[in-house]
Design a protein around this ligand. Sequence first.
Ligand code: AR6
Length: 178
Amino acid sequence: MERTSNGRTIRLVQGDITRYPADAIVNAANSALVPGGGVCGAIHRAGGPDIARECAAIGHCDTGDAVATTAGRLPARHVIHAVAPIWRGGTFGEDDLLSSAYRRSLEVADEIGDRTIAFPSLGAGIYGYPVERAAPLVLKTIADYLEGETGIEEVTMVLFTDEDRQVFRRAMETMDLT
Ligand code: AR6
């Protein structure tokens, strides 16, 4: 399923992001930028040790922020490491921080000239963000960004499970995009 916003595409697919052919793929990272589990573990395993070496040289990324490295053996040009908030019930600024992690990833992609970018559902695994709450917020954040000045042509949400893809599909159906 896909929608266009300002002539640019937002697409939903189900699959493994490490195999997705985009200029940049986004990693659901931690602030220490060390390899962990979930999609982060999969990206470091598939991409090889260069990514972790570059992460170690950068050293830190605030929650809600994002940094870029090369992509090692992955088909992408870059990995953008974004740090989602740890879910603590929803009253600790989690929505703003999640939105910021997506927006900063898109800004970083623009800075390094990437035109296609793929995201996993940041924060919605080990960090516990409810995917039903994330989906409309994430799609609105992406759509708002694409309304502005950007070189990004295509944003894909690569959802790991069909269940998550359905949640995003429903959110996309009800959202107001031009
Ligand atoms: N492709 C796409 N999505 C995936 C894949 C994959 N190969 N594998 C998992 N997902 P998580 P978080 C989905 O836990 O919640 C790590 O240890 C998964 O189903 O990877 O932001 C980091 O180092 C879920 O929907 O990230 C951090 O310490 C989504 O990716 C911490 O976990 C995100 O789940 C970050 O936790």
